[in-house]
Design a protein around this ligand. Structure first.
Ligand code: NLE
Ligand code: FE2
Length: 313
């Protein structure tokens, strides 16, 4: 970089991030990657009907007001088939490969292969178990908005279904991922507390901290694994919602590394298939406390206190 460039950058310091006071102030319309527009490497790229369906469902999400019930969607027979296929495959793998917390909340939802669950019904159960809420979103959300939502104990969720040509794996979130990956974990208050820490830390975080928090979120909530009596079990939603990835995780092929939120993270892999390495927690409690320490190191207690005083949870 030239000197001129460096000094210009210093003069134009970015404005401090806006901290949302209410959930409605969290923008649920800024989408990233596949969420914004299907790229050539997306299985639905050449499928005009699929694209139109996603747009229609996304349109509903954009019109949703916080506090209103999430609209029920009527899923097509093909979408029901995709949901049923994934559920059938995963159900066989969960007893041996999902963590015990997941196995304990899973039955609460009474999933059926011929009925695609409605987000509003999932939200009702979460309200009673952990107090978390769900807000519909049209696709992969901007990281700051997504993480800020977590501070409000709100999980932004897509409502469309993955392309039928590839039920075993999708590179982006879809309803199947949200429901089979995230929802049962979000019914566990200890896990929710861990997720909430990441959300609180994101309030007022600068761009590089947001990026780091996104990685911590990615390596735990999306792709985390935990040691259980000498075995490795999945708790990350991206592993739990993909029968391709769950088998891959359990195959013994990928590398395993201890999770340390202070480490300098390697490149985050997404869009390019199964993870090549997973980060391991010794226990759930241990992971939560490590994350808590990291989040405390970047969060100002005054800011959080002032924020809590101004917003209604
Ligand atoms: N690969 C996951 C799945 O197929 O369900 C989705 C990951 C979303 C981050
Ligand atoms: Fe996810």
């Amino acid at each position: 970089r030239s000197r001129v460039g460096a000094s210009a950058a210093t003069l134009e310091a970015p404005p401090p991030p806006q901290i949302p006071r209410t959930l409605s102030e969290v923008d649920n319309g800024k989408l990233l990657g596949f969420g914004a527009d299907l790229a050539e490497d997306h299985p639905g790229f050449k499928d005009a009907g699929y694209k139109k369906r996603r747009q229609d469902i996304g349109h509903l999400a954009r019109g949703h007001e916080v506090g209103e019930p999430i609209p029920y969607l009527e899923y097509t027979p093909e979408e029901v088939r995709v949901w049923g296929t994934v559920l059938r495959e995963l159900r066989q793998l969960y007893p041996s490969h999902a963590c015990k917390e997941y196995l304990s909340t899973f039955p609460l939802f009474d999933f059926k292969e011929d009925i695609v669950p409605q987000l509003e019904d999932m939200a009702k159960i979460l309200r009673q178990t952990s107090g978390w809420q769900i807000r519909p979103v049209a696709g992969l959300l901007h990281p700051r908005d997504f993480l800020n939502g977590l501070a409000f104990k709100c999980f932004h969720s897509t409502q469309y279904i993955r392309h039928p040509s590839r039920p075993n794996y999708t590179p982006e979130p879809d309803l199947v991922h949200e429901i089979l990956g995230h929802v049962p974990m979000l019914a566990n208050p200890v896990f929710c507390d861990l997720v909430h820490q990441i959300g609180l830390a994101s309030l007022g975080a600068n761009e590089s901290q947001i990026w780091h928090l996104t990685k911590l979120y990615w390596y735990t909530v999306e792709f985390g694994v935990v040691r259980e009596a000498g075995d490795i079990k999945a708790f990350g939603a991206g592993v739990l919602s993909s029968f391709g990835e769950l088998k891959h995780m359990a195959s013994g092929t990928p590398a395993l590394e201890p999770f340390d939120p202070f480490m300098k993270q390697p490149k985050m892999s997404y869009k390019d298939g199964y993870q090549k390495r997973y980060f391991v927690l010794d226990s759930f409690e241990d992971g939560a406390s490590k994350l808590r320490d990291y989040c405390a190191s970047i969060t100002s207690p005054e800011l959080i206190k002032e924020w809590r005083a101004h917003q209604s949870l």
